[in-house]
Each structure stands twice: as structure tokens, then as C-alpha cells.
Design a protein around this ligand. Structure first.
Ligand code: SF4
Length: 92
């Protein structure tokens, strides 16, 4: 996620609150149709991704902490079928 000045109202309201908790404004999203379930993302980011009994990822709630943002980007980059992505978390 590119860091920059907030541009929308919810950004201006939400960004300082997230920053004070050490949270980025990013969350991980899995395309469950595209996912092959090999679990590479969970191996790279076990702090945020669990695997279900069939090897498909379960993303933990709460967004991506700042400290794990680079690891999350790496997990997204290694997904062989582009099923994992970072999106802006709009939850408060
Ligand atoms: S790396 Fe991609 S294909 Fe593999 S389990 Fe994770 S999201 Fe699914």
C-alpha cells in the first residue's frame, strides 16, 4: 500500500487511530476460486495466515500490522496463481 496523505474522509479519521495501534491500512484478501491451496502464503506469513484441513488459507481478522507489511507483500508476490492480494482495510 502506498503511504501518503489521506485523501478521503474515512482516511483522515481512521489513519491516526490505526497508526497508534501499529496497524497499516492494509488487509489480506484471498480469491478462494483461484487459490490452489498449496499453502505457500501460510509458510511465509504464519502470523496472519492459517491453513484449514484442506490446505486453504484462513486470514486472521484485524488487518496487517505495520511490522508485518513487508512479509505480507512477499506472501502476495509468491502466490503462484495471484489469488492473494493486499487491499485497503475499511473497517474501523
Ligand atoms: S500461496 Fe496463493 S494459491 Fe497458495 S494457498 Fe496461498 S493464496 Fe492459495
Amino acid at each position: 500500500m502506498p503511504a501518503g496523505p489521506p485523501t478521503r474522509t474515512w482516511d483522515r479519521i481512521d489513519q491516526p487511530r490505526r497508526a497508534s495501534r501499529g496497524m497499516s491500512d492494509a488487509t489480506l484478501v484471498v480469491d478462494r476460486i483461484a487459490c490452489d491451496g498449496y499453502g505457500m502464503c501460510a509458510e511465509l506469513l504464519p502470523e496472519l495466515i492459517d491453513l484449514d484441513d484442506w490446505g486453504y488459507p484462513i486470514i486472521r481478522d484485524g488487518g496487517v500490522p505495520d511490522a508485518l507489511l513487508d512479509h505480507a507483500r512477499r506472501a502476495v508476490a509468491v502466490c503462484p496463481v495471484l489469488a492473494l492480494r493486499l487491499a485497503r482495510d475499511v473497517r474501523p
